[in-house]
Design a protein around this ligand. Structure first.
Ligand SMILES: Cc1cc2nc3c(=O)[nH]c(=O)nc-3n(C[C@H](O)[C@H](O)[C@H](O)COP(=O)(O)O)c2cc1C
Length: 178
C-alpha cells in the first residue's frame, strides 16, 4: 500500500513530566511534554516557551528538577500544566523537598525525581532548548523490583504529540520471540 504524506513531528508517545524550579523564593512546577534523555542518559533536553514563569527560576539558579508523576496525581498535574505560577501559587500543591543542588525543588508525590544542573540554553525564539546534566536521582522504593524500576506499578503518564495530544497508560511488557 502507498504511504500517505502527513504533516507533523510524530516522535511520540513521550512521558510527560513536571519540571520544577525555585522562582522568587518558592517552588514552581510546570508540565513538560517535549523532553528526552540524550548522551546515553547523562543529560536531559527539553523545550521551554520563554514566557513560562518557571523560566525565570531556571535562568536565575541554573538548576531544575524533573519529576515523573504517576496517574494517581493526574488532576494536580493538569493544574500545573494549565496555570502559571505568575498568578497561581503551585508551591502548596505537593510536599516539596530539595537535594544536593538546594535550588531544584522536587515533588514528594512523584515516584521518581531527578535534580539537574543547566549546562546550556539554546535560543529557539520563542522557545528555549534547556540542556541539563542529571546530578542525582531518587525513587520511591515501592516501585523497585530488585534494582529495577517497575514501570507498570508506577503508572507514568504517557502523552502523545502530533495532533492527538492525549494521555495514555503504559502497556504490557513485550519480549522478542526468535
Ligand atoms: C501535556 C502538556 C505538555 C506541555 N508541554 C510543554 C512544553 O514542552 N514546554 C512548555 O514550555 N510548556 C509546556 N506545557 C505548558 C505548560 O505546562 C503550562 O503553560 C504551564 O501552566 C506553565 O506554567 P508556569 O508559567 O508556571 O511556568 C505543556 C502543558 C501540557 C498540559
Amino acid at each position: 500500500m502507498k504511504k500517505q504524506e502527513i504533516e507533523g513531528n510524530f516522535l511520540s508517545p513521550l512521558p510527560a513530566v513536571l519540571v520544577g524550579a525555585q522562582v522568587n523564593g518558592i517552588p514552581n512546577y510546570l508540565v513538560i511534554g517535549y523532553i528526552c534523555p540524550f548522551d546515553f542518559g547523562k543529560h536531559i533536553f527539553f523545550s521551554l516557551y520563554k514566557k513560562r514563569y518557571t523560566q525565570i527560576g531556571i535562568h536565575e539558579h541554573k538548576t531544575f528538577s524533573v519529576n515523573i508523576p504517576s496517574e494517581k496525581i493526574l488532576a494536580k498535574f493538569e493544574i500545573c500544566g494549565s496555570n502559571s505560577g505568575r498568578d497561581f501559587d503551585k508551591s502548596t500543591l505537593f510536599d516539596n523537598f530539595y537535594g544536593v543542588l538546594k535550588t531544584a525543588p522536587m515533588i514528594h508525590q512523584c515516584p521518581i525525581n531527578m535534580e539537574c544542573e543547566v549546562v546550556e540554553i539554546l535560543d529557539y525564539d520563542p522557545n528555549e532548548g534547556i540542556i541539563g546534566r542529571v546530578i542525582k536521582s531518587y525513587v520511591d522504593p515501592q516501585y523497585l523490583t530488585g534494582d529495577k524500576i517497575n514501570w507498570r506499578n508506577l503508572n507514568p503518564i504517557i502523552w502523545t504529540t502530533g495532533g492527538d495530544y492525549s494521555y495514555y497508560r503504559i502497556g504490557e511488557q513485550i519480549t522478542p520471540k526468535y
